[in-house]
Design a protein around this ligand. Structure first.
Ligand code: HEM
Length: 189
């Protein structure tokens, strides 16, 4: 169903992350135990219900005894590094994390939509206030923890020193606000 489907690349990478971070056996167990319609044979050009991604993460949480939110965030962080390998052209011309993150809505996810017609990317709006940047995430998908990881992973990719704090006053996973501040190495604090 349109609106639920998410691009296969996100699923292929999720399995790859579990294999690398945990083990191929855990990845197999996750796919077998999660009650998913596709059976786990993902293709990066296919489309699958985003509920499958959540079902896989919930099953993994059970298998490795870690909170789902933690795992979703770790996956997002790993995924940012993979995006740099899979889509190097999207990183071209960006010298730092701020300019890249500022352009997710206006450029990066637009390129994604050209590459994958029908992609329904989330809104990721940036505002700056002096040295701080705020990113507001909103989506019909409850993937704010993945967004958190993608942001920290992007900062790591650019090898920069920023701290990312999630605004605790916003509940739920469809919306989130992240404040990115210069890290302690930069501020000397
Ligand atoms: C070169 C960098 C990036 C690429 C290639 C990329 C690509 C994609 C793709 C292919 C999807 C799936 C869309 C769909 O299935 O309809 C997606 C969704 C998503 N993107 Fe990006 N993305 C990038 C950077 C980022 C960054 C830095 C963030 C940080 C906030 C982000 C946040 C998300 C989230 C959270 C989703 C999941 C779908 C949702 O929440 O609605 N992306 N992205």
């Amino acid at each position: 169903m349109r609106g639920l489907e998410m691009k296969g690349v996100i699923f292929v990478e999720l399995i790859g992350w579990v294999e690398e971070t945990f083990s191929p056996a855990i990845a197999d167990a996750m796919i077998t135990r999660a009650d998913i319609a596709s059976g786990g044979g993902y293709s990066s050009v296919g489309n699958y219900s985003h509920h499958e991604a959540l079902a896989l993460l919930v099953t993994l949480a059970d298998l490795v005894e870690r909170p789902v939110a933690d795992l979703a965030q770790s996956y997002g962080c790993w995924l940012a590094a993979r995006f740099a390998v899979l889509y190097p052209e999207m990183f071209e011309g960006y010298a730092d994390a701020h300019s890249f993150l500022r352009d997710i809505d206006g450029h990066i996810h637009r390129e994604v939509q050209k590459l994958y017609p029908g992609a329904l990317t989330p809104r990721v709006l940036a505002t700056t206030d002096g040295p701080n940047m705020t990113l507001a995430y909103s989506s019909h998908r409850p993937l704010a923890d993945v967004a958190f990881g993608l942001i920290t992973g992007t900062i790591a990719h650019f090898d920069e020193d920023f701290e990312v704090e999630r605004d605790a006053s916003i509940a739920g996973s469809h919306e989130a606000r992240f404040v990115i501040r210069p890290g302690s190495l930069t501020t000397g604090g």
